[in-house]
Design a protein around this ligand. Structure first.
Ligand code: ATP
Ligand code: MG
Length: 348
């Protein structure tokens, strides 16, 4: 086994910390520090600045004899604390847009700003402003759970292994997985566990912006409900801004504060569920008012509070991630009485 595959010197000798009380004081300190960095970035910019600004964005892919325009003059603004869901047909460029926000891909033309900077800029200084849960989990199959979660922290090359390990354990507990799973390999995990580990990895840098690409795809209804509960709790407790791509209408109505629809190579409408459904575009009418859409809408009508105003804890970021293991427990029950989903901003 290569050194890369087994980076924990104490593996197999030191016991893992017990659930709920890891030897986590150091982990919590380091996470607090990362959290303060994320906060400081927000403070520099002022809390009211948009988290994501996309202006006149073009994405064009060239292949021999063919030019594919995926995005054409696309505009989108995402404010702090939103859970903005991107919906659109397959191949309309939702994943590509997330990758551009993350800084993994550059648009052909136009501008993407994340907390006022180009997506790659801040991470180049050693802090992350974006974490992403990839469409198919994208765990490194040769790394165990803890190594997968710790990957970005290790890449920073500034923290000792023991602190990185603690920080990764904190995140493992935060997504509702006990320490007994830390040394498992991805092949030994259920679909729901893979999603949770991928989420822990996306959270490990305490980035204030979380991107979720199809977070509940492939989960059974109960697993999808549990994962939505987890995401709802984390969004509220950590004060995150979330951009989510989903084809699952239950997840969409369950979590979104605002919905943006991609069609005709741009965002054709962005607003509350009701505002979006009022748009006469054929994709929207098909998507929301077909059989599946009608059923999900019926659930929405049973919860008219879904269009009320957003309830995002403005101080959430201050306690960033530190009360480990409790985030899930504190997530509201599925039968909620409170104002969830938080109400949507009305701007487009
Ligand atoms: N690096 C690339 N080179 C060439 N074409 C690409 C590249 N990345 C994406 N595409 C193309 O861009 C289009 C949009 O891809 P994308 O993965 O963003 O779709 P999507 O909206 O996420 O679809 P789905 O809902 O099926 O996941 C597709 O036609 C895809 O083949
Ligand atoms: Mg996709």
């Amino acid at each position: 086994m290569s050194e890369r595959r087994d980076p924990w010197p104490q593996r197999g000798t030191a016991p893992l910390p017990p659930a709920g009380r890891p030897e986590g004081a150091r982990g919590r300190r380091i996470l607090r520090r990362l959290g303060r960095q994320a906060e400081a970035l927000g403070a520099d910019r002022g809390d009211h600045a948009p988290v994501v600004e996309i202006r006149k964005l073009w994405t064009v892919f060239q292949s021999p004899g063919r030019e594919q325009v995926v995005h054409r003059d696309l505009d989108l603004t995402i404010e702090r604390g939103e859970v903005l869901s991107l919906v659109g047909g397959s191949g309309t460029g939702k994943t590509v847009l997330l990758r551009q926000i993350l800084g993994l891909e550059k648009p052909t033309k136009g501008e993407v700003r994340v907390l006022g900077a180009a997506p790659g800029e801040l991470s180049a200084k050693g802090t992350a402003n974006v974490g992403m849960l990839f469409q198919h989990g994208a765990l490194f199959s040769a790394f165990n759970v803890l190594d997968n979660i710790a990957f970005a922290l290790r890449e920073l090359k500034v923290l000792p292994d023991v602190l990185i390990r603690d920080a990764a354990m904190v995140k493992l507990q935060m997504v509702g997985l006990g320490p007994e799973h830390a040394l498992k390999m991805p092949a030994d995990l259920s679909g729901g566990m893979i999603k949770r580990v991928a989420l822990a990895r996306a959270l490990v840098m305490d980035a204030p912006l979380l991107l979720l690409d199809e977070p509940t795809a492939g989960l059974d209804p109960e697993g999808a409900d549990d994962f939505c509960d987890l995401l709802r709790g984390l969004h509220r407790e950590l004060g995150l801004t979330v951009v989510m791509v989903t084809h699952d209408l239950d997840t969409l109505f369950d979590l979104s504060t605002r919905i943006a629809v991609l069609a005709d190579q741009r965002v054709i409408v962005a607003g509350t569920a009701r505002e979006v459904i009022a748009c006469p575009h054929p994709f929207i009418q098909d998507y929301f008012l077909g059989g599946r859409g009608q059923r999900a809408m019926a659930a929405l009508h049973e919860h008219p509070e879904a269009d009320d105003a957003a309830q995002v804890d403005p101080d959430g970021a201050a306690g960033l991630a530190i009360d480990v293991g409790t985030a899930r427990a504190e997530a509201p029950p599925r039968e909620r009485s409170g104002p969830w989903p938080p109400p949507a901003a009305t701007r487009s």
